[in-house]
Design a protein around this ligand. Structure first.
Ligand SMILES: Nc1ncnc2c1ncn2[C@@H]1O[C@H](COP(=O)(O)OP(=O)(O)O)[C@@H](O)[C@H]1O
Ligand SMILES: [Mg+2]
Length: 550
């Protein structure tokens, strides 16, 4: 308002603005709705979700990131929670659901403090201190292992798959994950490095998950282009090409006047010569296998077949990079430049029938480190979920190889962190103490949710766990199968330290970021989430694209 009481408009019409406590409350609520949505899928007893996209495609999963990727979220604070899952997945590959749940609970506890008139910056500061302390505690209780200790790695992989659709087959899949990572791992100084990019994962519905195989080489989901070509080439010299083997079409409409049959003949002859030339170049370089990223003209296919060159076309760009690394060949852009030096080498290139389709296997590559996993499973949805589970398993094994320290799962490290935070809080002055205590309580959401999903009473579980940890049982956690509190080390539930550390980091960061906002200015159509009866606790139906009762 100006002095005379005339409103001064600075925002465009249709913009909305909410400020102060209102803005905070709405943001916290939107974020919590997201964390509530994934809660029921945490842990081995968690439920799966069936997600249907706008085209009617169905995904069945319990993977936090996948769930959040598939649901269309509109509220900006809710979007930030989706980002938490993404960061967690990109950094360490597992713990996505947990990080979102912890972030949601940190916000829930923060709101209680805000209601008691604790200023948001005090909460944020307290949370930051608590997070530092939590990371320290995790480091202290972590169990060091050998980076190449197969047994330990396998247990970590098995824990990551305990909560998946493919849990039944986790033993075989864990073996494959450990084998592949150890195969591509490299020792640099005192440390090991393993890059997931060196492992090609290809899926094909059919047979069952137990038929998933590790291949020492590369698999392409492509068949040999021409029936006249060999289907098997030993001692293969592999040309990798990323241009089309076709006569280029002009960009403009061009007109050629052909007046006599001879001219027509000459024109066609010229075109054929150009195509024949291309094949000659490849032949001259000495290749007997050609993998092309683009299309290949029918006539070129025919010429290649006559030369006995096994050819695959329209390979994925990412696969071309892996092929280049595996075979030692160079991806050639200009055919004119191709020489023998550009060719890669593999002991065997062969087309094999897998299910109803044909796939091309490139084995015994020059670089023995390249591996591929061919994922199988009864239906497309099972194969998809198997692939996601293998991705998680590969990630956790890599995490431990990189930073060889593990923690025991089942919510036990979270309770231990909470215990040490309560001790730490005692040393702090008034309001910050409250924030650290709230952080400690928020950590307990992990065992509580694991228990709830197994049908246990959350209050019993929480008090039982607190009591045991006070007595020094640092690995007391929730045995979701027996339905009680147990020493989780005995159950061999192991997880990478890196995953647990990242959960604390991503969740604290997201919660702080949301708490810092006290003014939301939106141009146009952003909708505020409707208020559920009784405040922020419940789930408003129909919000943000989630079906009622989600
Ligand atoms: N056998 C088990 N008993 C109890 N808890 C388990 C067991 N296996 C895994 N967990 C716990 O389940 C949680 C992970 O669940 P998951 O659904 O994979 O979520 P996230 O996406 O966070 O990884 C971890 O806290 C882990 O310790
Ligand atoms: Mg997991």
């Amino acid at each position: 308002m100006s002095n005379q009481g005339v409103p001064v408009l600075i925002l465009k019409e249709g913009s909305s603005r909410s400020r102060g406590k209102d803005a905070q409350h709405t943001n916290i609520m939107a974020a919590r709705i997201i964390s509530e949505a994934v809660r029921s899928s945490l842990g081995p007893k968690g439920m799966d979700k069936m997600l249907v996209d706008s085209l009617g495609d169905v995904t069945i999963t319990s993977d936090g990131r996948t769930i959040l990727d598939e649901i269309d979220v509109e509220h900006p604070a809710a979007k930030m929670m989706v980002e938490v899952a993404k960061t967690q997945d990109d950094e360490v590959g597992d713990g996505t659901t947990t990080s979102v749940i912890v972030a949601g609970e940190l916000l829930n506890k923060a709101e209680e403090l805000l209601k008691k008139n604790v200023h948001p910056t005090v909460v944020i500061d307290g949370y930051r201190r608590a997070a530092d302390k939590a990371l320290e505690t995790l480091e202290n209780i972590a169990i060091p292992v050998e980076a190449t200790d197969r047994e330990a790695l396998k247990k970590v992989a098995m824990t990551s798959m305990a909560s998946k659709l493919v849990a039944e087959n986790r033993e075989e899949l864990a073996e494959i994950a450990v084998d592949s990572i150890l195969h591509v791992a490299e020792k640099v100084g005192d440390e090991y490095r393993a890059d997931l990019d060196d492992i090609l994962v290809e899926k094909k519905p059919g047979e069952s998950v137990t038929d998933t195989k590790l291949i020492k080489g590369i698999v392409l989901d492509k068949e040999v282009v021409h029936p006249g070509m060999p289907k098997r080439v030993e001692k293969a010299k592999v040309a990798l090409l990323d241009t089309a083997l076709e006569v280029e079409k002009t960009e403009f409409d061009a007109k050629i006047n052909i007046e006599t049959p001879e001219q027509m003949e000459a024109f066609l002859q010229e075109e054929e010569n150009m195509l024949r030339n291309m094949v000659d170049k490849i032949g001259k370089a000495g290749a007997n296998v050609l993998i092309c990223q683009k299309g290949i003209d029918d006539m070129v296919q025919h010429f290649l077949a006559r030369k006995g060159i096994l050819t695959v076309r329209r390979a994925k760009k990412s696969d071309m990079e892996k092929l280049s690394k595996a075979t030692g060949g160079k991806v050639v852009t200009n055919l004119e430049d191709m020489t023998e030096d550009d060719l890669g080498y593999a002991e065997l290139v062969e087309e094999r029938k897998i299910g109803d389709d044909k796939m091309t296997f490139i084995e015994g590559c020059k670089n023995p480190k390249s591996v591929a996993i061919l994922v199988r499973g009864g239906t497309e949805r099972i194969v998809d979920e198997a692939e996601r589970s293998i991705h998680d398993a590969l990630c956790v094994v890599r995490d431990v190889v990189r930073e060889p320290k593990i923690l025991v799962g089942g919510g036990s490290p979270e309770v231990e962190v909470a215990r040490s935070l309560r001790e730490y809080a005692e040393t702090l002055p008034g309001r910050e103490q409250l924030a650290v205590q709230s952080f400690a309580e928020a950590m307990e959401i992990v065992p509580v949710t694991l228990g709830e999903n197994a049908g246990l009473d959350p209050i019993d579980i929480a008090s039982d766990l607190r009591a045991r940890h006070e007595k020094g049982e640092k690995w007391a956690g929730v045995d979701v199968y027996e339905g009680n509190v147990k020493n989780m080390e005995k159950l061999e539930v192991y997880e990478p330290l890196a995953v647990k550390k990242q959960i604390i980091k991503s969740a604290t960061e997201a919660a702080s970021m949301i708490l810092k906002i006290d003014d939301v200015i939106a141009s146009g159509k952003m909708k505020a989430p409707p208020m559920p009866p009784g405040g922020a606790g419940g789930m408003p139906p129909g919000y943000g694209g989630m079906p009622p009762g989600y």
